[in-house]
Design a protein around this ligand. Structure first.
Ligand code: ATP
Length: 440
């Protein structure tokens, strides 16, 4: 059984994100817009850390992967070939009384979950956001904001093969924005209309696809564990029957136990040779690989681990959230893995009216900033400054006090244990770097 205490309420997370500057509603001063969110100073750092770690682990540290940054706007025929125009739909129902719309698979018994009214029959609704290129808004200029980054990688297969000289198996990796006109954006940043994806298309010889599929499922599952996600809040779920997409032979979802229940963080699909065959047939370009061992052309199978950065950020936030009682007061702390923490160190003067302490604290912060995200703060009492940093998840707080002027040492406080140790100023940076891991 789960410890109820550690499964935070979603409202707590939303309010902390706003209060501390992780996430704001988009266009809030105009009343907001559904399914769009803005990342504030700490949210953007969290997202950057997730993206950087993914890129480091997937591209930089692997010999069988190359990166790509394809355009959001693509030729409309891409979406015909991919099947998105025909099949990228959700079943939509309307409430006859309150006129609200829902995804048919998210309501029960034909009854409106908001007002109890009767629902219409379901009809299919295409999730792609339309746009027009150029000044004339007609069918000839119609295209779409990409609903996934994947297609940019499939259509570049021949280019990448030629320039990278990679042999099968090899992969492409891409991070970028995608757009879906979700019928019911909900659960904060979990389901939005604009979001970021981190996707891998891994090309393998047919016949080795099932083994590679299993390897990638394991690899991606372990990745979330590596950055501190609690094992008991992660699970794998295999797609069954009709749930399986039209291109997929098999799909596993990595699910996280959010406060609103188990939900998908990342999907890992065996897409077979569907995509390359489709694009080859529609474009008339050969999209195959010459296998020197067998002297034949093969159309590679594709294993696709496809994750959302916004969902990962939300899961890491929920997972890091912790509350405890310290001296009869509630302490809220985000126990982020050090490599994910938006800010690594915060430096304070014990007395903000002592210019020598302020100057020394500012010097230490600026020295640390060369190598990590570090901030200086003197806008409250030390107790409040600590609490503020705990809520942001900053692993270390450094306090400069009067004694520091004599002993050239400062107090370093650990976020998790709240232990304080005295560290000589010249050793502060190396001490922190060692305890934070390699990348800051
Ligand atoms: P869902 O079933 O939740 O709608 P999906 O199966 O359609 O998701 P995929 O097409 O597999 O999602 O997309 C890959 C990843 O992109 C998802 O695992 C998720 O992390 C992210 N993603 C997809 N749609 C959204 C969205 N509307 N908002 C935020 N992230 C999304």
């Amino acid at each position: 059984m789960l410890d109820e205490k550690i499964l935070v309420d979603m409202d707590e997370i939303v309010s902390l994100c706003k209060r501390r500057g992780f996430i704001f509603q988009s266009s809030e001063i105009y009343g907001g817009i559904g399914g769009s969110w803005d990342y504030g100073p700490f949210g953007v750092e969290l997202k950057r850390n997730i993206k950087n770690l993914w890129w480091r682990d997937i591209v930089q540290r692997r010999d069988d992967m190359v990166g790509l940054d394809a355009a959001i706007l693509m030729h409309p025929r891409v979406w015909e070939a991919s099947g998105h125009i025909e099949s990228f739909t959700d079943p939509l129902v309307d409430c006859k009384s309150c006129k609200r719309r829902f995804r048919a698979d998210q309501v029960q018994d034909g009854i409106c979950p908001e007002c109890g009214g009767e629902l219409t029959e379901s009809r299919l609704f295409n999730l792609m956001l339309k746009t027009f290129l150029g000044p004339v808004e007609d069918d000839a200029s119609l295209t779409y904001l990409r609903p996934e980054t994947a297609q940019g990688m499939f259509v570049n297969f021949a280019n990448i093969l030629e320039v990278s000289r990679k042999k099968l198996p090899f992969g492409m990796a891409q991070i970028g924005k995608s757009f879906r006109n979700e019928i019911t954006p909900r659960n904060f940043t979990f389901r939005t209309r604009e979001f970021e994806q981190m996707e891998i298309e891994f090309f393998v010889k047919p016949g080795t696809d099932e083994e590679w599929h299993q390897r990638w499922v394991q690899e991606r599952f372990d990745w979330y564990l590596r950055y501190g996600m609690r094992r008991e809040r992660l699970r794998l779920r295999q797609h069954q029957g009709k749930e399986l997409a039209h291109y997929a032979k098999a799909t596993y979802d990595i699910e996280y136990l959010f406060p609103f229940g188990w939900a998908e963080l990342e999907g890992i699909s065996n897409r077979t040779d569907f995509d390359l065959r489709q694009h080859s047939a529609q474009s008339g370009r050969e999209l195959s690989y010459f296998d020197e061992e067998t002297n034949t052309h093969v159309v590679p199978y594709i294993i696709e681990p496809s994750g959302g950065i916004d969902r990962a950020a939300l899961a890491f936030l929920v997972d890091a959230y912790d509350e405890e009682r310290v001296l009869k007061r509630k302490r809220v702390v985000l126990r982020f893995h050090p490599e994910l923490a938006p800010v690594k160190a915060a430096v304070f003067p014990l007395l903000r009216n002592r210019p020598e302490l302020v100057a020394l604290a500012k010097d230490i912060a600026s020295e640390l900033r060369e190598d990590m995200m570090a901030i200086y703060d003197d806008t409250a009492s030390i107790g409040r400054l600590y609490r503020r940093q705990d809520e942001i998840g900053t692993p270390f707080c450094i306090t400069v006090d009067v004694e520091s002027l004599d002993d050239h040492a400062v107090t370093v406080r650990d976020r998790d244990s709240m232990e304080q140790v005295r560290v000589p100023i010249p050793e502060v940076k190396d001490t922190l770097l060692e305890r934070l891991g390699k990348t800051c």
